[in-house]
Write a protein that binds this ligand. Structure first.
Ligand SMILES: [Zn+2]
Length: 469
């Protein structure tokens, strides 16, 4: 599995170099480490002291910030060997290593997490606010990041963990960072975390649960495993060789899983906020984690591609739940068709999907996913899951945003069709919600005002595998 993925990555890298002149695909065998960052986390989790040592043969000239907030977090009296310029921190005096310190106390992600944060025992940060990177960091170059954290506390980061401890492989706080989506949000956590690694086809899931209670941790790790297994069945393997899963339990909000989101900064990652009162059954029946995990199989597509991203994830949130055996195939179809109906109802006509209303954004792409899945199965004997699985093996985590049309062209290449670009053109230029009645007819589903009746259809059964039947 690993060997196959590596050769696919090299092959695609060559194609991209030749055809497009793109750089930035990761290929570990050619990686050069440009610097080592030693980061000391203070006892009260309020300060990071960072020392940057350039590797022999690499000349550091400037460290650049990854967000505007990085400037206000910087302790300007802490600089050693560096001087402040408008463009960043420039090397002022040649030295073996350079130092800066950052205030990470309070205020992080308040807007999206509010009272979800698990108190002062765990601090969730966005590395864009404190990770100043070499000016010219790019391509296959890596940075070795080593944390020195107070006793009893741990670090979770989206970077690939480097281990010298086989018992708790990522407990050493030592990572290898790559220049991947540096301007997107990431999650780096310090505190009372329980770290678990799950090895599945294609890579490793690095799970961090913000609690030290082993019973709670076991439940969330089992939950993660259930979702990842369903995705691996559908897509063939994990979305990346290293994927970070952060679970931040909350006591305060309603619903089984009040919040979930993908974080693409620095790699492949997902943050889930489950309610501590949710039982295992409630957790695995909830759609949120399946939806977020499915997002990891496509690249960041920008605001113009959001409808494709949300559409694919909304399509798979139902398919993966049926796959996992937690809902029946019939119920999964009901939820999908109910979503289509919401998209249709809330469509602002005379506009394209990009600004045609929120539910239309989510469900137009799901109708497109269903059409693509049907066509691929009929014409090519393959599935949409096969194509996305192959895409993730070659091209994820991506080092940059993919334009929607380029993504569709790549999926055409993988499936050896013109299906994706053709379908994308139709859906993206339509001024109304797509008519999905023919698709339901093809699947022998009769829809009378949302109440579904099913004929016999091998095609339908093949899409919505219900592992219980
Ligand atoms: Zn989504």
């Amino acid at each position: 599995m690993h060997a196959k993925r590596n050769s696919a990555a090299v092959y695609v890298q060559l194609i991209l170099f030749v055809a497009l002149g793109l750089t930035g695909m990761s290929n570990p065998s050619h990686a050069t480490n440009v610097a080592t960052y030693k980061i000391k986390v203070s006892q009260n989790l309020r300060t990071l002291d960072v020392s940057v040592t350039p590797s022999p043969g690499y000349t550091l000239s400037r460290l650049r910030p990854l967000s505007r907030n990085a400037w206000s977090r910087l302790n300007k009296n802490s600089l050693r060997g560096l001087a402040i310029r408008r463009s960043g921190l420039v090397v002022a005096t040649e030295a073996d290593s350079y130092h800066y310190s950052v205030d990470i106390g309070g205020g992080f992600n308040r807007r999206s997490f509010g009272n979800f944060l698990a108190g002062n025992k765990t601090r969730m940060t966005d590395s864009r606010e404190w990770f100043w990177v070499p000016d010219d960091w790019q391509g296959n170059e890596t940075i070795s990041v080593e944390f020195d954290i107070p006793d009893g506390l741990s670090v979770s980061a989206p970077w690939e963990p480097i281990s010298n401890n086989t018992e708790a492989p990522d407990a050493s706080g030592h990572f290898l960072a790559r220049p991947v989506m540096l301007y997107r949000r990431s999650a780096v956590l310090f505190g009372r975390l329980q770290l678990t690694q799950l090895e599945l086809p294609g890579g490793m899931l690095n799970v961090a649960v913000a609690t030290k209670n082993p019973e709670i941790t076991n439940r969330y790790v089992a939950w993660t495993k259930r979702i990842a297994d369903a995705a691996v069945q559908e897509f063939g393997h994990l979305p990346a060789t290293s994927t970070q899963v952060v679970v931040m339990p909350t006591w305060s909000a309603g619903g089984s899983v009040p919040w979930g989101e993908v974080r693409r900064g620095n790699g492949s990652g997902v943050v889930l906020v489950p309610n501590t009162r949710a039982t295992m059954t409630e957790l695995i029946e909830d759609w949120t984690f399946y939806h977020e995990f499915a997002h990891l199989f496509h690249p960041f597509l920008g605001s113009k591609g959001r409808w494709i991203a949300e559409g694919f994830a909304s399509y798979y949130q139902n398919i993966l739940r049926a796959r996992a055996g937690v809902i029946t195939a019939d119920y999964a179809w009901e939820r999908m068709v109910a979503g289509f109906a919401r998209g249709e109802e809330q469509t602002r006509k005379g506009r394209t999907v990009v600004n045609g209303g929120l539910m239309r954004t989510y469900w137009t792409g799901a109708v497109m996913a269903l059409e693509l899945d049907i066509e691929l199965r009929k014409r090519r004997g393959m599935t949409l899951g096969n194509v996305l699985g192959e895409f993730s093996a070659c091209c994820l985590p991506a080092s940059r945003t993919w334009r929607p049309r380029r993504f569709m062209q790549k999926l055409d290449e993988i499936s050896d069709t013109k299906l994706f670009t053709k379908t994308y053109r139709e859906y993206s230029s339509a001024m109304d919600f797509p008519d999905y009645s023919d698709l339901l007819h093809t699947l022998d589903i009769r829809n009378s005002a949302g109440s579904l009746a099913y004929g016999k259809s091998a095609l339908r059964d093949s899409i919505m595998h219900d592992s219980r039947s």
